[in-house]
Design a protein around this ligand. Structure first.
Ligand code: SF4
Length: 482
């Protein structure tokens, strides 16, 4: 229903107008409208049907809105014949037309680089090989994925399921198999969690969506129905529809899995519909994808995560970009992801930190990656590293040392129990403690630097075994600084 490649080109043939002030605010940002659509009355702008009908779907339209070289236009023409494009005016308005590397543009506007992707695959996750029924992937023990439509409100250029969504003619349609997918879930009581995906299921006609949701709701062993949708990001107007919200809410088991990648996508419109979904009882989790040029910097990811927390969307996954055909230019190194994760843990609230995952080839599923916090270990203790680089000897069990004293130092000395911690110089936390000590001479500040032993009190606390209640058996300074 969202598909139409026969729209008239937009009426504005002139050079793209300037829209300024794009990265000057913390999300949620202010509403934006590309000047091309300035005269559209609000009631139309806020109507998802108008947005869909006026989506930018052709290179002919694109060239009236953005600047391209003749070579680029030729390459885009070839890409257009193989892959679909759709950008609702709302989402298009988030693009800075003066910036060819704009992160919203990179996600939505085709690039000549799409045809220079040699290493990538059509079905990188081998979903089709784990498909007992057409349209349904059963990979993990208790979860299945149902592909319900090839349509999306906006076609992300890096889409993992490009073979079904963007590729012209790549989707035969599974409507004849809808009942088989539902029946498979019904007959497999180990399935607790059904991911209703696509494409984007919120582009389905309401009657069709109701068919899926009503049937799945009726299956007792299904606890969770996850709707995978980018509509809150790319076409929030769809969720201004109370009938759709009521349908989702009535299903009761629905969680929303959405997909914000950049802080600029967190607009007042997106914030408004996330609030509606939450008010209707649906938790919202975010899947971001790490994309070169879009969000592959610590600063951008931190801003995205803070923005998500502000609108009460839980950052759930940060995916490494899959090796899908035409998306090679979006893929970063793994170290880039690790560098970003290193800058999150300890530096911002844990509720704002997603799990960084690689969805592995050959259907191996999601594999979490994180910096290494376990540095070394012996029979007696482990050496842990915190976000500051502090190395801490941690004895988890209440037992006597089995180590013979050996002349050694560094991490080895820590393992042996010569010291309880090594702290990098210039630690801010310790500086704060020292200030507190000045204010209150009775306050034990602890040590700073790796050269000396911590004061007796800190040694005592850090080397205490963990008690059954999960504490170190003290309510002293250690607990006070957590
Ligand atoms: S919304 Fe999802 S399914 Fe659709 S193109 Fe984007 S990533 Fe692919």
């Amino acid at each position: 229903m969202f598909e139409s490649d026969t729209r008239d080109p937009l009426a504005n043939p002139s050079a793209p107008p300037a829209v300024s002030g794009f990265d000057d605010e913390e999300p949620p940002s202010r509403p934006r409208r590309n000047p091309t659509w300035n005269d559209v009355p609000d009631h139309q702008w806020d109507d998802w049907r108008w947005q869909t009908q006026n989506s930018v779907r052709s290179v002919r339209q694109l060239r009236t809105l953005l600047r391209f070289s003749p070579e680029e236009l030729e390459a885009l023409g070839e890409i257009e014949s193989d892959f679909k494009m759709a950008i609702p005016p709302y989402y298009f308005s988030l693009i800075d037309p003066d910036n060819a590397a704009d992160p919203i543009r990179l996600q939505s506007v085709p690039s000549p680089l799409e045809s220079q992707s040699d290493f990538e695959l059509e079905d990188p996750l081998e979903e089709d090989k784990d498909s007992p029924v057409p349209g349904l992937t059963h990979r993990y023990p208790d979860r299945v994925l149902m592909i319900t439509t090839p349509n999306c409100s906006m076609y992300c250029r890096y889409c993992t399921r490009k073979r079904a969504t963007l590729t012209r003619g790549g989707w035969e349609g599974v409507s004849k198999d809808d009942e088989r997918m539902i029946e498979y879930v019904r007959k497999n009581p180990q399935i607790r969690d059904v991911i209703v995906s696509g494409g984007d299921p919120l582009t389905l006609p309401l009657g069709k969506l109701r068919y899926y949701l009503d049937n799945l709701k009726e299956i007792d062993h299904v606890d969770v129905i996850r709707i995978g949708t980018r509509v809150p990001v790319t076409l929030p107007q769809r969720l201004y529809d109370q009938e759709l919200l009521d349908l989702l809410a009535a299903t009761e088991k629905v969680y929303i899995q959405t997909h914000f990648n950049h802080p600029r996508e967190i607009t007042p419109e997106a914030a408004k519909v996330c609030k509606s979904l939450l008010r209707h009882g649906m938790p919202i989790n975010n899947h971001a994808v790490l994309l070169k040029g879009v969000n592959d910097s610590l600063e951008t990811i931190r801003s995205l995560l803070r923005g998500l927390l502000r609108i009460k969307v839980r950052p759930y996954y940060l995916f490494h970009c899959d090796p899908v055909t035409g998306a090679g230019h979006f893929r970063t190194s793994i170290w880039k992801g690790m560098q970003i994760m290193e800058g999150l843990r300890g530096h911002m609230s844990g509720i704002g930190i997603p799990t960084y995952v690689v969805d592995s080839p050959q259907g191996g599923g999601k594999i979490p990656l994180m910096p290494n916090y376990l540095v070394s270990m012996s029979d007696d203790a482990v050496i842990l590293r915190n976000y500051e680089g502090m190395l801490i000897r941690y004895q988890a069990e209440d037992k006597s040392s089995t180590q013979e004293a050996t002349a050694t130092r560094g991490v080895s000395g820590l393992l042996q129990g010569d010291k309880t911690s090594l702290m990098p110089e210039g630690n801010e936390r310790m500086a704060r403690r020292r200030k507190l000590q000045v204010l209150d001479p009775g306050y034990e500040a602890g040590s700073c630097g790796d050269a000396g032993q911590p004061p007796v009190e800190q040694q005592r606390i850090l080397s205490l075994p963990v008690m059954k209640n999960g504490t170190n058996g003290t309510n002293g300074h250690h607990a006070a600084t957590r």
